[in-house]
Design a protein around this ligand. Structure first.
Ligand code: HEC
Length: 147
């Protein structure tokens, strides 16, 4: 009986552990914008491409350079090292040295055309992204939540 009990307890923990591992690997994003930011894939199944950077583009997404909180910082990828800017909404729409503050339209231009509000090309580390308008709007919606 005691043996049976301890087996039951072990079984119980194995089940809990399995559920924990499954829930971790199957991360659910709150919305499509967050999913794009973290995985560069859309819930709609529409493709999201990135190009222009010298690095392997395979499955790179915003989070890899700008960080989970959007604060950016030093990035080390593919034996290269560079600074990624803070892209929280307050930072983007706040004052910048080289150009006027970003607006929703110019943030979209930065993402899809690789230019800043003065029309200047961004450093090539920032990929140029192609995605459906709905996806871009969802992504902007997510950037608005970054503090
Ligand atoms: C490989 C690294 C990398 C990835 C991935 C990346 N970025 Fe960037 N991003 C940068 C760098 C570096 C800059 C700064 C470019 C410059 O200052 O010329 C930048 C600039 C920006 C800017 C303009 C901010 C500013 O102050 O100039 C926005 C907005 C932005 N990124 C959004 C995104 C979004 C959204 C994604 C995902 C769809 C993304 N980035 C993915 C590296 C990256």
């Amino acid at each position: 009986m005691n043996k049976f009990k301890s087996r039951l307890i072990i079984l119980f923990f194995v089940i809990i552990l399995t559920m924990f591992v499954v829930s971790c690997s199957n991360t659910q994003y709150k919305n499509n914008g967050e999913r794009i930011y973290f995985t560069a894939t859309s819930s709609s199944g529409k493709s999201i491409f990135s190009q222009g950077s010298t690095m392997m583009q395979g499955n790179i997404s915003c989070v890899d350079c700008h960080g989970a909180d959007g604060h950016g910082g030093n990035v080390n990828i593919m034996m290269d090292s560079f600074e990624a800017p803070n892209i929280t909404w307050t930072a983007l729409t706040g004052s910048h040295e080289d150009h006027v503050p970003f607006t929703e339209t110019t943030i979209k231009d930065a993402i899809t055309k690789g230019i800043d509000p003065s029309g200047q090309e961004l450093e090539s580390y920032m990929p140029i992204w192609q995605m459906a308008d709905e996806d871009l709007n969802d992504l902007i919606g997510f950037l608005k939540t970054l503090k």
